[in-house]
Structures are given as C-alpha cells and as structure tokens.
Design a protein around this ligand. Structure first.
Ligand SMILES: Cc1ncc(COP(=O)(O)O)c(C=O)c1O
Length: 389
C-alpha cells in the first residue's frame, strides 16, 4: 500500500518542480550572484526541511526564515547552510540566534548589544545584515540613519557585518516607478557607505518579482520565495515555473441525494435534481477556507466538479451528478489531474487574495508528502521524521 493510500488528505510537494524552479532562477541570475532561498512559514506551507534540502541541492547558497524557531527546525533537520532571519528578533532571544548559527537582520541597537554580548559569551561572532527601509514602510532604518549605525556596529567586537539589504514593495507592479525609486535610494546609500570605506560582503534587494523583471536589482545576492514554489507574482510572466504544491484527499463517501435537498450547514446549496454528493475529508481546519463554499472545484477522475454548500471544519461536499465516482477515489482540490488543473491563483481570485496566502493557509495537520526527489538526492527522511505526521 502506498503512503498516500493510508491518508485521508495530504499535501503533495513536488521536489522535482522545486529543483527545476531553483535552477531556472539560477540561470536567470547567473553564477556570480548568490541565491538566498526564502523558506519562511514552513517554506510557504510546503515543508521547510524537505524544501531546504531541495533548493540547496539545486544550487541555493543561503536560506531565509522569519523566526528563530524556523531556523532551529532547519538545524534539527540537518541543514548546515547559512540561514538569515529576515525580520524582527526579540533581544532576549539573542543567545538562541547565536547557538543556532543564524544570521539576522539588524536595525536597532538593542538587538545589536544583545547579539554582541551573546556571541562574546559563546566565543564566536554573530553575523548581521543591516536592514534598510527604502520605501517598503515596514522594518528597517531609513537610508540617512545607516552610516552612523554601521559605524556603531563596527565598534561591537563580536558582531560581523555580513550584509545589507532592502525589500521592494512594488516589484510585482507593471509600473516600474516604485522599484526605480527604491533602488535609487539604496544605490545612493551604498555609494555613501563605500565613500566612508565600508566593505559589506553581501548586498541584496530582489524578491521573486524583481528577479524576474529587474536585472538591475540583483546586486550580489537575491531572495526569491514564491517563484521557487512555481508561482509568479507577476501576471503573464514568460519564465516557465512549475507549481510544487497539490492538496489531495480520498472521497470518504458518495451519497445519492434526491432533488430539493439542502447540503451542509445553512443549506446554502440545494440539489436541483436527483444527484450524487461526494463527501471529501478536507475542511477549513485543513486550510480549505469556508469563503470558498459554492465557489471552488475539485478534480476527480480527471473531471472538475463544483464544491457545494458550506465548507465545514473537516469536510466539504462535491456534486458529482451521475458520474461513477467511488469511495476511495483520489480527489484534487489544488493541483493537476489529467488535463485539468486548479491553481493557487484560482483560489486566490475566488478569495480576493494572493497566491502567497493560499499556500500559507494549508493547515499544519495535513501531512506533507514529498514526491519526485531527484535520484541522487541526499537521503530524504520520511515525512514522519521531519515532523509532519
Ligand atoms: C524580506 C523578504 N525578502 C524576500 C521575500 C520573498 O518574496 P517573494 O516570495 O515575493 O519572492 C520576502 C517574502 O515576503 C521577504 O519578506
């Protein structure tokens, strides 16, 4: 019996697609530019340890996370590559950052002092990347605050200033004005730092959209996330990427229902004629948002059927008409079956959000099953060992 046959529902993660997407980005940026693969939020819901190994196998140099716990989980999974925490770290957590050999974004003296002290105690250096707000309006120092901060950091013996970076707010917009404004701010700052004799090894700004559309934003490292997972933040992008995530389940039961029957809570759907309803063991606790009720589709036996009635916490229902659907059939809520496909962008459009949120909202209780690992892929532990089941 295959692993999937034992599961009610599962997220299938195509590591072959992630390897391909990573290599596609590598070709775009060339060999001289480092690739920091953003694997925060459990690798956008795909499973961070498996994904980290796949991107490193395919040529990524660095990994990016949001929290210490995300970095710690990668270390526990045997990942030894450099890892950067891209955002806020509470200063009392400095010791854990250093113990886990994590580099971190830095933009205030409180964390700098705490990291310096922790690294001193542990007789090592804490690596930091200065975070500059050139227009994102989120974390960071304004460009005119950076030189003084850099000089202050230089005085902290146990810190190593490894990088400087900024984050682009509008790289997915067809209008390049915003990106050009931010890059001008960043370039002016780099010139000021250089004139003051600063030498910072890693300079980075580009997210996926910028890697795809703004070669002038590459510097010597890039930080793509979404594109690694096979989705494009820019509509109509020509680069071919392969989505890596599917959400699948088994049909739990097929029920004959007479005409005029209400289906699920509130009877928000009524059968128009005698039909069959397939009950699927995926609900909003698995990330199948209730807002998709009466909007989403499911693929069974290579055909699309409407999800009908309210999606409940653990189940949803599909009207399969008179087709010979059976208990145990594989059903695809996200992904491909035959020639049919349901994409994260389809969900996002129905929900009024972006594909990023769709990927991240797939529930933690759905096991991640890795498929298509390359033949010479370094031993991938079973998902159980990676902590998903
Ligand atoms: C600081 C930073 N860099 C890079 C990324 C990757 O962005 P994307 O997934 O659009 O490539 C993110 C994601 O939100 C981020 O917060």
């Amino acid at each position: 019996m295959s692993e999937e046959e034992e599961l009610r529902a599962w997220v299938e993660v195509d590591l072959g697609a992630i390897v391909k997407n990573t290599r596609t980005l590598r070709r775009l940026i060339g060999d001289e530019t480092k690739l920091l693969a953003v694997v925060k939020a459990n690798a956008y819901g795909h499973g961070s340890v498996g994904v980290a190994r796949a991107v490193l196998y395919a040529g990524a140099d660095y990994l990016g996370v949001s929290t210490i716990d995300e970095g710690h989980k990668l270390r526990l999974g045997g990942v030894s590559a450099p890892i950067l925490i891209l955002g806020y770290v509470p200063p009392p957590e400095a010791e854990r950052v250093v113990e886990n050999r994590l580099s971190t974004a830095i933009f205030d003296a409180g964390l700098a002092e705490a990291l310096n002290a922790a690294a001193g105690r542990l007789q090592t250096k804490a690596k930091v990347h200065i975070k500059v707000d050139t227009g994102m309006g989120r974390l960071g120092l304004y460009p005119d605050e950076v030189l003084a901060f850099y000089q202050y950091l230089e005085g902290l013996a146990s810190l190593e200033i490894e990088g400087i970076f900024t984050h682009l707010a509008t790289a997915d917009d067809p209008d390049p004005t915003g990106v050009r404004f931010q890059l001008r701010q960043f370039n002016d700052l780099l010139a000021v730092l250089s004139a003051a004799g600063a030498q910072i090894p890693l300079v980075h700004a580009a997210n996926s959209a910028a890697v795809l559309a703004f070669p002038e934003s590459l510097y010597n490292m890039v930080r793509p996330g979404l594109a690694l997972y096979g989705l494009s933040p820019r509509r109509g992008e020509l680069v071919s990427l392969e989505p890596a995530m599917s959400l699948k389940c088994r049909v739990a039961q097929v029920r004959s229902v007479p005409a005029g029957r209400g289906i699920s809570y509130g009877w928000a759907y009524r059968t128009l004629k005698k039909t069959n309803i397939a009950v699927l063991p995926v609900g909003y606790a698995d990330g199948f948002s209730r807002l998709l009720s009466n909007k989403a589709k499911v693929l069974i036996r290579e055909k699309a059927y409407p999800i009908v009635g309210k999606i409940t916490m653990d189940y949803c229902m599909a009207d399969v008409g008179d087709d010979p659907i059976q208990e145990g059939d594989e059903a695809v809520l996200l992904g491909c079956q035959g020639r049919e496909a349901i994409t994260a962008d389809d969900w996002a459009e129905a929900l009024g959000t972006i594909s990023y949120e769709v990927l991240c909202m797939i529930g933690a209780r759905v096991p991640r099953v890795f498929i298509n690992a390359p033949p010479d892929f370094p031993c991938l532990d079973s998902p159980k060992e990676l902590g998903y089941r």
